[in-house]
Design a protein around this ligand. Structure first.
Ligand code: FAD
Length: 475
């Protein structure tokens, strides 16, 4: 039987693989997602989307569906011996060009189920109970073999197959794991409590700062509890929770998820093989959950990668563009490991006994990573930074710029220049910004993933978009 053929085979239908498939669809690529599991995640794992992810969802047209499912939260407070000590949210106020200055507290399963349903609605291929056994790079592209022998051919493969990635292993990509011997319990539950709870992240100052209380969607809450040994029970973890919240008591009305995990940290040495096979999400980087950066970093990988594959495959952009996936995303993963590593280590080793407050200060200092808003590609200056979100007022109508971006194309923003729109290549759309939006540039060229590619006069930017080669020059 002839092998089925696709632009893209995606191994793994976790949140990152599903997002890759959805973005591929937006970009006009044919894609199939393969997963050994029966269905999307039902409960547990990651618990928050950061502010940058919310912007990315907006430019992929997913914000309206996902946002109402979660609970906004932008505040952390510190409690000690049953008393409120302090509350912090200033770093959110300082964020520029951002309309949703908060996390969206939402379980990973909601995102997976939404994406899975969306892909099915669009008629995209999501195959479950489809374990992958082998991936090879051939003269023509890639060949993927399922357990049982079925073959699939594709131009590219994305390994979004999680922390124990088979794809990474098959290509011998080094992934040296650091294990700082830190173990957490995670509890998602409906609670019974007399604690004066408000929907904010609470860290408790005791001998150590080893309990964090996280608000979540619907009626559930989450506890992260740092444990002293690998072997512990739910009762051991709840005893620690009650020590932290004392004199208030907390008990479980309905347990939704209980998990143990040991912190591991690693970044894949390489993010791609022979310009054909790419790693994304946990397959490329793992770290502690502190700061909630795993899922968010993986989703940003997907947004960085897919438009580049589409531009090479559909528009003839030079394949050298693909190397920028690693040069842009790997340093981000390294910085995420540093920030989550600093946070997790601070929960125990404090010289001053002020762990909880120190923790919140680290969050403040690392806000660029934790909100996702400080991630930039390239040097200082306008080029390489995320496009700030701002409002456009025209003819009595107000639109946010992020609602006008389109993941399938570059956007040329033209500021107050009355020149008639010149014909544009179909990989670029023009948005005229009326007077009143302050900018030093006449025109700004924005990448599909919402980062500024270049700025200058309209004539300079028009030259830049003339060919795909010129468009991606310098990336
Ligand atoms: C136990 C646990 C608890 C976590 N808790 C938190 C948390 O509290 N907060 C937080 O921010 N993050 C947490 N994380 C991390 C977060 O869940 C990940 O960052 C996120 O899931 C990464 O998504 P992904 O799509 O890259 O990988 P995954 O979600 O791991 O998805 C990988 C997919 O690949 C599939 N797959 C693997 N191998 C194959 C194969 N050979 N063939 C076919 N399919 C395959 C798997 O079935 C899976 O569906 C936790 C992770 C774990 C494991």
């Amino acid at each position: 039987m002839k092998a089925q053929s696709f632009d893209l085979v995606i191994v793994g239908a976790g949140p990152v693989g599903l997002m890759c498939a959805y973005l591929a669809r937006l970009s006009g690529l044919s894609a199939i997602v393969l997963d050994k599991s029966e269905a999307p995640l039902e409960v547990g794992r990651a618990d928050a989307l950061n502010a940058r992810t919310l912007q990315l969802l907006e430019l992929a047209g997913l914000f309206g569906e996902i946002y109402p499912l979660g609970k906004p939260c932008n505040t952390s407070s510190v409690w000690k011996d049953g008393r409120f000590v302090s509350r912090q949210s200033a770093w959110w106020d300082d964020l520029e060009g951002c309309f949703h200055r908060h996390f969206l507290m939402l379980g990973q399963s909601f995102l997976e189920k939404s994406l899975d349903a969306k892909l099915r609605e669009l008629g995209a291929s999501v195959r479950r109970r489809a374990p992958v056994e082998r991936v090879e790079v051939t003269e023509e592209g890639c060949r993927t073999t399922l357990v049982g022998g079925e073959l699939l051919e594709s131009k590219y493969v994305v390994g979004a197959d999680g922390s124990r990635s088979l794809v990474r292993e098959l290509f011998g990509i080094p992934f040296v794991i650091e294990r700082p011997q830190i173990v957490w319990a995670v509890i998602d539950a409906e609670l019974e409590t007399d604690f004066p709870k408000v929907p904010e992240i609470i860290v408790f100052q005791a001998d150590t700062s080893d309990v964090a209380w996280i608000p979540r969607e619907g009626a559930i809450d989450r506890f992260y509890v740092r444990m002293d040994t690998k072997d512990f029970t739910l009762e051991d973890a709840m005893a620690k929770v009650n020590r932290a919240t004392w004199p208030h008591a907390v008990s479980l009305k309905k347990l939704v998820w209980f998990s143990r995990f040991s912190v591991k940290e690693s970044v894949a040495e390489s993010y791609f093989v022979r310009d054909r096979v790419f790693l994304a999400g946990d397959a490329a980087h793992i770290h502690s959950v502190n700061g909630g950066q795993g899922l968010n970093t993986g989703l940003a990988d997907a947004f960085n990668l897919i438009w580049k594959l589409a531009l090479v495959l559909k528009r003839g952009a030079p394949s050298s563009l693909l190397a920028s996936y690693e040069s842009e995303r790997k340093p981000v993963a390294v910085s995420v490991i540093e920030s989550s590593g600093e946070l997790v280590r601070s929960t125990k080793y404090s010289a001053t006994g002020t762990h909880a407050e120190d923790y919140v200060k680290i969050v403040e200092r690392r806000a660029g990573n934790i909100t996702g808003m400080g991630i930039r590609y390239g040097r200082d200056g306008l080029d390489g930074q995320r496009l700030p979100d701002f409002e456009l007022r025209s003819g009595g109508e107000t639109r946010r710029i992020y609602s006008l971006l389109d993941y399938s194309r570059y956007t040329l923003l033209v500021f107050g220049v009355a020149s008639p729109p010149a014909p544009l290549p179909d990989y670029v759309r023009r948005v005229d910004v009326p007077d009143g939006v302050p900018t030093a540039a006449e025109a700004i060229l924005v990448r599909p993933d919402g980062y500024i590619a270049a700025h200058g006069t309209l004539a300079e930017m028009s030259a830049r978009i003339e060919t795909p080669e010129a468009l991606v020059h310098g990336l």
